[in-house]
Write a protein that binds this ligand. Structure first.
Ligand SMILES: [Zn+2]
Length: 502
């Protein structure tokens, strides 16, 4: 492998320290030297005058478990060299006797081609090591996947034998190299797990010295109760905890965010090793099935359709949906559908679609679920700009994409999270300085996930390096036109090899 000299750039080293002018020498896959370097004969000199040299970015919250293996370029183009996958309970392993169940559960988020699914972490990690050429993959074992492997779509408490098996499978995944454990407690069937089940599994995580990341039971009406539950789980199990995509959803809940941050700070002061992350956008994205009480998904999608077609049961579900939903329907945008017939509603909000159908919006949602099952993905304008600022600038916050692939329009975060942070949040809005922002996408996530040799520009660390122009960097994608390449990301190296531009 060649020796690279990144010369005369502004070094933003990932620790949060202010930029200094200097050079970085990479020998093979490692950083050899950082500072003022006299070039020794045989090396490729990369002039970085006027540019920032930073550690490769770490996407702390990604759903590209399968696209990393397929070498999709969306993240690499943003300067990302490491992806932390397996989030929100969805990992492509472990599969039980019938891998079709795992695929039915996780396909709407993982969006893989063909017959994917691995028995345990080892198989997936081997595939990642062998196939992923653009990014390093850190994989977390998903609770939803684990539960489907053990008990299918059933939503009652696990039996003693099932619980033992779940512990054993998780322990195996962690021993094989999974970097931690995640829950998605708003997604069936993981949503039906009592706290005690999660405590037992988190004790396995604690024993293995790994981390637990959670998509909590609620980010809206029950945000504070959900957070209390997670902090209790961390306390009782003794595991380190990461609250995934923290936010207060719906205007009526915006005021709770301050209290949520106080709870996290208090827990931290009392010795809980807690952090959180968020993407730099006010809108989120998920499946339309999230608007249902998750009990409607017990038994799979065909049963869900049957429930929604039964007038009595539909009435009860509709009442629950009305009560649960914290967003306004005009703030919920359909961005992806499965059927050709519904293509015309892509890009319209649920309020507009209801008007077109001369229907109540909740009835529209239920009809769409009958027509599309789990095929609809939405973008939802959940939180306020002011709250987003408080989250992003908080010292315990890391920034990740939460990006996932769809058939249709993705959320712009899939294409632009990191350049949007550096361009819109840092340069335009001036919410924080460049070194703070870079720390939130390099050194901080590396520290949270125990990645010892990445996320910093330091001798001995892996030669993951992103060179960008701080004056032009931007994620230009919009909700209408999300699939736009970032601006200002000049070059990306992973383990000393150039990956971007290709
Ligand atoms: Zn999530």
């Amino acid at each position: 492998m060649e020796t690279l000299l990144f010369a005369n750039g502004s070094l933003v080293d990932g620790t949060g320290a202010p930029p200094v002018r200097g050079d970085v020498l990479a020998r093979g896959d490692r950083i050899g030297q950082v500072g003022k370097i006299k070039a020794d004969g045989d090396c490729r000199r990369i002039d970085c005058t006027g540019l920032v040299i930073a550690p490769g970015f770490i996407d702390i919250h990604s759903h590209s478990d399968l696209q990393a293996l397929a070498n999709r370029r969306e993240k690499s183009n943003q300067g990302v060299t490491t992806e932390v996958v397996g989030n929100c309970g969805f990992s492509p392993y472990p599969s039980g006797a019938d891998p079709k169940l795992l695929r039915e559960y996780a396909q709407p988020i993982l969006m893989g081609e063909g017959g994917w699914g691995w028995k345990s972490a080892e198989g997936y990690l081997e595939a990642a090591a062998g196939q992923s050429r653009l990014v390093n993959v850190l994989s977390l074992a998903g609770h939803g996947s684990l539960r489907v492997a053990v008990a299918g779509f059933r939503q009652d408490a696990l039996s003693k034998a099932e619980m033992d098996l779940a512990e054993q499978m998780l322990d195996q995944c962690l021993s094989e190299g999974a970097a931690g454990f995640t829950t998605g407690l708003m997604y069936a069937p993981g949503s039906s797990a009592p706290a005690e089940e999660i405590v037992r599994l988190c004790k396995v995580v604690a024993r293995r010295g790994k981390i637990y990341a959670t998509h909590m039971r609620s980010y809206a009406w029950q945000l504070l109760e959900a957070l209390d539950e997670q902090i209790r789980i961390a306390r009782e199990s003794g595991c380190r905890i990461q609250i995934s995509h923290l936010q207060a959803v719906g205007q009526a809940n915006w005021h709770k965010q301050e209290q949520a941050l106080e709870k996290i700070e208090n827990a931290r002061r009392q010795g809980v090793d807690i952090g959180f992350d968020i993407y730099p956008y006010t809108a989120g994205s998920t499946m339309l099935t999230q608007f249902l009480p998750q009990s409607a998904l017990a038994g799979g999608l065909d049963r869900m359709v049957a429930l929604l077609k039964d007038p009595q049961k539909r009435k009860r579900i509709a009442a629950e949906v009305r009560q649960m939903t914290a967003q306004r329907w005009i703030d919920v945008l359909v961005t992806s559908v499965a059927t050709e017939a519904n293509r015309p509603i892509v890009g319209k909000n649920v309020g507009e679609i209801a008007e077109m159908r001369k229907q109540d919006p909740v009835e529209t949602v239920l009809d769409l679920l009958i027509e599309e099952k789990d095929g609809i993905i939405i973008v939802s304008f959940n939180q306020s700009e002011d709250n987003l600022r408080k989250l992003l600038t908080h010292p315990l916050c890391s920034v990740g994409s939460d990006g996932f692939y769809v058939k249709g329009r993705p959320h712009p975060r899939l294409y632009g999270t990191f350049p949007a942070l550096l361009g819109r949040v840092v340069r335009e809005k001036r919410w924080m300085n460049l070194e703070q922002a870079v720390h939130k996408i390099t050194g901080r996530p590396a520290e949270r996930f125990g990645i010892k040799d990445r996320g910093r520009l330091a001798a001995g660390c892996a030669a993951d390096i992103t060179v960008f122009d701080a004056n032009t960097v931007m994620g230009p994608g919009t909700y209408e036109k999300p699939e736009q390449a970032p601006a200002g990301i000049r070059m990306v190296f992973r383990n000393g090899r150039q990956v971007t531009p290709a």
